[in-house]
Design a protein around this ligand. Structure first.
Ligand code: NAI
Length: 673
């Protein structure tokens, strides 16, 4: 009975139940945890303490949620229902205890963890940004199922509760208190005292205001449900992401009948758990964990980063590293070139750090350095200057003699194979690619490009550093376009070809977003910049004998580069594309989608054949985290498996006949399994 919990009673007869899940550093909920939890609750019912405080022995937090591993083992609705009912039963028992209970929360309190806390009479949390509360289930294609919605909705009213559930966002203790589901927020040193105080003084429990209660009224719910549906539909289609829509329905039907709502949570969730969207989103979760695990060399502790090139990429990379706590020097040809990057950094720090002291500290960590004094003391030097082999080579010859012996030289090149840069270096084994995506502050993935000469230790350190700045490392070989741009480019080029054939840009984009892309390819090309697209397309075309659509070249030579010039394929006003209603409705939308997607999948197969990444999981992870490739489909390779190799080969053959050899199946399909 004492495997995962420790039960102690103090001199005031307060019971302390400490959760310390065996064999792991994070508390998660699973069937055996519930079984032991229930035993303790039964014992406490006999013991009749003055109150119960539930806390965690783990340094990273209270409870991170359900054990997602065990999710993957659920194969039937019945199994899912059993797990859900077990949890609901335990939390109902907790809620019904005849003495007060407190959840004493620090760090993660997510999903099932918050559902447990909501079944307590009170919740007290530590006051720091690292304490995160939320119900992020929708991000895994499901919704709360252990009473989270049934308890939160009456406690704080539908708008706030549904916002938390439908967005899956997390909040700190202060925000939780403002919203009404946290009772007290205190500094760490007062946390235990605050929990005791709740038991000893039993203040009145929080009650929703009249207005908040009104939002759950049967007459109000249909209208509010319609508004919520509309809001969610703007971000996700019910076809691809059914969970938030199911949640809205459950609330609309049962908000004022708790036991009906609990039963509906189980019914609906059991269906969702065994569905494809949840399976694929859980897969995405594990892919993310896999990428995170690539950068875990605890011995490697770099401190100084020197960035050369303060343009679009270098400026933002430097700011991001300073935000994450590194001392950073930023070099460019002249101080005036560095100033705009510092101004952008200030805006980023204000947005992310909010408190003026922290913003100042971050600015102090980021120093302009046009003479390049930082080179000599940097642990990592990131080069982000013009995309030109000669310019990069001569810079390397200048800086290498001044670098520390164990420093890493990382290039942000998006297209130059490292082998073209190494002749300039005496120690080519120190060179690695750290390919960030634009905008740096938003894009999670960084490709770690290892060239033929790159030392394995340098790649490992580059991956560890990538994790230290809270990005996801993806190891790729030094081949043209690496992984992401290489797979993305044929898809973008097909969009350009379709547009030149007369298909309205907006329809091309709609075909892609309906498939599940976060943004259509035409809008994406305009956003990235048509000059940058053309540059990458040329590099790839020279290696893979592809053709560049003339319309792209024409637009670039006319200076219509997309968002940054106000005109590309779209007109841009205030940073947004103007999208006219499409003319003519005779376009075959299915063929448009197929043409876009098949070129992407075909290139993905080519990358697997050439082993640009070490396997299909990493390919899927790369495309999801760098381009937002339809997460509910689990990545390009997963999608190929879902549709079937033979069916896709048939479509490719038809398109090859109809549209030309760019649809010729990659030789890699032969071995694809
Ligand atoms: P950019 O043109 O905005 O900035 C380059 C900066 O480097 C300029 O400020 C320039 O003054 C400076 N510079 C040039 N030579 C220098 C030298 N010898 N010493 C010091 N500073 C020097 O270029 P951007 O877009 O930031 O690209 C930089 C690198 O990042 C390129 O290799 C590019 O391929 C790569 N990249 C660009 C992406 C993008 O979306 N713009 C995405 C991913 C990678």
């Amino acid at each position: 009975m004492d495997k995962h919990f420790r039960l102690e009673t103090d001199h005031d007869n307060i019971a302390w139940l400490t959760f310390d899940k065996a064999g792991t550093g994070t508390n998660v909920l699973s069937l055996d945890v519930f079984a032991e939890f229930e035993q303790h609750l039964a014992a406490l019912q006999q013991q009749q303490p003055r109150g119960l405080i539930i806390c965690s022995a783990k340094s990273n937090g209270f409870i991170a949620g359900a054990d997602i591993e065990s999710f993957t083992r659920i194969s039937t609705e019945q199994e899912a229902m059993a797990l859900l009912q077990t949890g609901q039963q335990a939390f109902n028992r907790l809620e019904a205890l005849p003495f007060p209970s407190v959840a004493m929360i620090h760090g993660f309190c997510l999903g099932g963890g918050l559902e447990l806390a909501l079944a307590c009479r009170y919740r007290v949390t530590r006051d720091d940004p690292g304490t995160r509360l939320g119900l992020p289930e929708v991000r895994l294609g499901i919704h709360p199922g252990w009473g989270g919605s049934a308890r939160l909705v009456p406690l704080i009213g539908a708008p706030k509760a549904m916002d938390l559930i439908l967005s899956g966002r997390t909040v700190d203790g202060r925000t939780g208190k403002r919203m009404g589901f946290v009772d007290m927020v205190v500094p760490e040193r007062h946390l235990a005292a605050a929990a005791r105080k709740m038991i000893l003084e039993t203040p009145p429990v929080h009650r929703a205001s009249t207005l908040e209660r009104l939002t759950n009224h049967p007459l109000v719910r249909p209208l509010l449900a319609r508004i919520l549906r509309k809001q969610v539909a703007r971000r996700a289609s019910p076809l691809h992401y059914p969970a938030p829509f199911a949640m809205i329905d459950i609330w609309r039907k049962h908000a004022t009948d708790k036991s009906a709502m609990l039963a509906a949570e189980v019914q609906s969730l059991a269906r969702l758990v065994s569905g494809l969207t949840a399976k694929n989103l859980v897969r995405v979760f594990f892919l993310q964990e896999q990428l995170k695990s690539l950068g875990k060399d605890k011995q490697y502790q770099p401190k100084y980063v020197h960035v050369i090139g303060a343009g679009t990429m270098g400026g933002d990379i430097a700011a991001w590293c300073a935000l994450r706590g590194f001392r950073v020097t930023l070099q460019d040809q002249a101080p005036a070139r560095i100033a705009p990057a510092l101004a952008r950094a200030h805006t980023l720090f204000k947005k992310k750090l909010k408190q003026p002291v922290k913003v100042r500290e971050a600015m102090d960590r980021l120093l302009p350095d046009h003479r390049g004094n930082g080179v000599a003391r940097a642990d990592i030097i990131i080069e982000a200057i013009f995309e030109d082999v000669e310019v990069k080579r001569s810079l390397y010859m200048d800086i290498e003699p001044r670098m520390k012996a164990d420093a890493i030289l990382a290039t942000n090149t998006s297209s130059i194979p490292l082998e073209e840069l190494t002749p300039a270096l005496a120690r080519p084994e120190r060179l690695v690619g750290l390919h960030f995506f634009n905008p740096v502050a938003k894009m999670l993935l960084v490709e770690i490009v290892h060239g033929q000469a790159t030392a394995p230790e340098v790649s490992t350190h580059a991956m560890t550093f990538t994790r230290q700045i809270d990005r996801l490392p993806l190891p790729v070989t030094s081949t043209p376009g690496f992984l992401v741009n290489r797979i993305l480019m044929p898809y973008l080029m097909e969009a350009v070809i379709l547009e030149a054939e007369g298909v309205p840009a907006i329809l091309i984009d709609q075909a892609a977003t309906k498939f599940g892309m976060p943004m259509g390819p035409v809008e994406l090309a305009d956003t990235v910049g048509l000059d940058i697209c053309l540059h990458v397309a040329r590099v790839l075309a020279s290696h893979f004998q592809a053709q560049i659509p003339a319309s792209l070249e024409q637009r670039v030579s006319a200076g219509n580069l997309g968002r940054k010039t106000g005109r590309g394929y779209y007109q841009w006003k205030k940073g947004k594309p103007v999208k006219p209603s499409p003319s003519g409705s005779n376009w075959n939308m299915e063929e448009i989608t197929n043409r876009l997607v098949l070129r992407l999948l075909n290139e993905a197969v080519g990358c697997l054949r050439e082993r640009v990444v070490s396997g299909p999981d990493l390919l899927d992870a790369g495309m999801i985290f760098a381009t937002g490739f339809a997460p509910f489909r689990g990545g390009p390779v997963n999608h190929i498996h879902a549709i079937g190799k033979q069916a896709l080969l048939k479509q490719l053959a038809e398109l090859q006949k109809l549209r030309g050899d760019r649809f010729a199946p990659d030789p890699g399909w032969q071995d694809f399994s």
